[in-house]
Write a protein that binds this ligand. Structure first.
Ligand code: COI
Length: 358
C-alpha cells in the first residue's frame, strides 16, 4: 500500500555546521524526522518534519511505565554514490515482535519502508562518505496516553530520525562477565528491543567502567553460568577453530548482524555452533590457550573485537587483534556486501535512492 507522507522541509539545514571527519556516535542529528501517530486502532498523520523537540504531557505513559521500543539500522554510501540500507525489513519485523511483547501496536512493514526511503532520500546529503562511516537510522515507538494508571496505552507515536556516525567503539572492547547483576531472564523482555532493557544495564556498566571495562558480558541469573550477550552486541567466540555463539532463548536480542554472520559462516562451509556456552568453557579454553577470538556483533558496533574479559577478579587478555583472521575477514566481507563491492548473494542490500527516485 502507498501511504501519503506529508513533507515539510526545513528552511535552515544544519549540515554546513557538521564536521563529518569527526562524528561522535549519536550526537549529530540530520535535518528531518518521520512521525506517525496511533489512535483508535490505526496509524495516521504520516509526516516528515524538520528535526525538533517533541512536546510531551508530564503524564505521558512511556515516561512512567516504559512502553518504549526502538531499532537501529544503517544507510551506506557506495563507491558509486548510491545509498543503500542493510537488511531493513529485518528491523521492521523485529520492531513488531518487540511491539507485541510490550503490548504495543505493530507498524505495517510497508509503512516502515516508505518512511525509511522517504527520510533517507530527503536527507541523503547526510549519508557520510568517509570510510567506516554511515547514516545510523533510529526508528522508535512510545506510548503517548496522558494517564497515570497502569495499563497498556491506547495511543502511540512512531518516530524515525537519522544520525551520521562513525564507529560506536573506537577501540577493542573490554568486557566483564557478570556474576551479580542480570540483564534478562527467560520469560522476560530480553529479546525485545525495549528501552528498559538498556536502562537495567546502566548502573552495573557504570560500576564495571570504574574498573576499566567498557561493557558487561551478561550471564543467566540463575547460576551466572551461561553467557548471553553484551547489551550493545551479541557475543561470539572461537575455541579450537570452532566459532560459537549463545543460542537464542528469549533472553538474547536476535541480532541482525549476528544472523548475517551465521549465514556467512554457513556459506563458507564452516557453520558456527549455536548453543549454550558456559563461563567455565570460556575460562578453560583461555587457560589451554585455545581461545582464539572473541568479538561482539551489532548494528551500531558492527564487529568489535574483545581485547579483555574480566572474570572473578582475573583479567583475561585475549590474542592480539591482528592475529585474529576470522573476525577480521567476517568484518570485511560484511562491509563489502553493504557497500556492494562483492555480490549480495542473499538480497540483503536495499537500494534507497533507486527505490524512491525511479
Ligand atoms: C544498535 O546496535 O543499533 C543498537 O541499538 C545498540 C546501541 C548500542 C546503539
Amino acid at each position: 500500500m502507498k501511504y501519503d507522507i506529508k513533507v515539510t522541509k526545513t528552511n535552515h539545514s544544519r549540515i554546513s555546521e557538521v564536521d563529518f571527519e569527526n562524528l561522535a556516535f549519536g550526537r549529530v542529528f540530520s535535518d528531518h524526522m518521520f512521525i506517525a501517530d496511533y489512535k483508535d486502532g490505526a496509524w495516521f498523520d504520516f509526516r516528515i518534519v524538520p528535526f525538533e523537540n517533541i512536546p510531551m504531557h508530564p503524564a505521558t505513559s512511556a515516561l512512567h511505565y516504559g512502553q518504549s521500543i526502538f531499532e537501529g539500522l544503517k544507510a551506506y554510501r557506495t563507491d558509486s554514490g548510491d545509498i543503500q540500507v542493510f537488511r531493513p525489513t529485518k528491523n521492521s519485523e523485529r520492531m513488531n515482535l518487540s511491539a507485541i511483547r510490550m503490548a504495543m501496536p505493530e507498524l505495517p512493514a510497508d509503512l516502515f519502508m516508505q518512511a525509511l526511503d522517504s527520510l533517507v532520500v530527503l536527507d541523503q546529503d547526510w549519508v557520510p562518505t568517509t570510510p567506516g562511516s554511515s547514516l545510523y537510522i533510529r526508528p522508535f515507538m512510545f506510548a503517548t496516553d496522558d494517564y497515570v494508571g497502569i495499563k497498556a496505552s491506547d495511543t502511540y507515536r512512531f518516530v524515525m530520525f537519522t544520525c551520521p556516525v562513525q564507529s560506536y567503539y573506537s577501540a577493542p572492547v573490554k568486557v566483564l562477565i557478570s556474576d551479580k547483576f542480570v540483564r534478562a531472564f527467560p520469560g522476560g523482555t530480553g529479546e525485545a528491543k525495549a528501552a528498559g532493557n538498556y536502562a537495567a544495564t546502566l548502573q552495573p556498566v557504570m560500576a564495571a567502567r570504574k574498573n576499566g571495562y567498557d561493557q558487561i558480558l551478561w550471564t543467566d541469573g540463575f547460576e551466572f553460568k551461561y553467557l548471553q550477550e553484551i547489551g550493545t552486541m551479541n557475543f561470539f567466540l572461537q575455541i579450537d577453530g570452532q566459532i560459537i555463539t549463545p543460542k537464542l532463548n528469549g533472553t538474547i536480542l536476535n541480532g541482525i548482524t549476528r544472523d548475517s554472520i551465521l549465514q556467512l559462516l554457513e556459506d563458507r562451509g564452516t557453520p558456527a555452533q549455536v548453543r549454550d556456552v558456559s563461563v567455565d568453557e570460556l575460562y578453560d579454553a583461555y587457560q589451554r590457550g585455545a581461545l582464539q577470538d572473541a568479538f561482539g556483533a551489532g548494528t551500531a558496533a558492527t564487529i568489535s573485537h574483545i581485547s579483555e574479559i574480566g572474570f572473578k577478579g582475573e583479567r583475561l587478555a585475549l590474542t592480539p587483534v591482528d592475529e585474529r583472521p576470522l573476525s577480521e575477514s567476517l568484518k570485511q566481507e560484511l562491509e563489502d556486501i553493504k557497500l556492494s563491492r562483492i555480490p549480495d548473494r542473499h538480497g540483503w542490500v536495499h537500494k534507497v535512492a533507486a527505490t524512491v527516485v525511479a
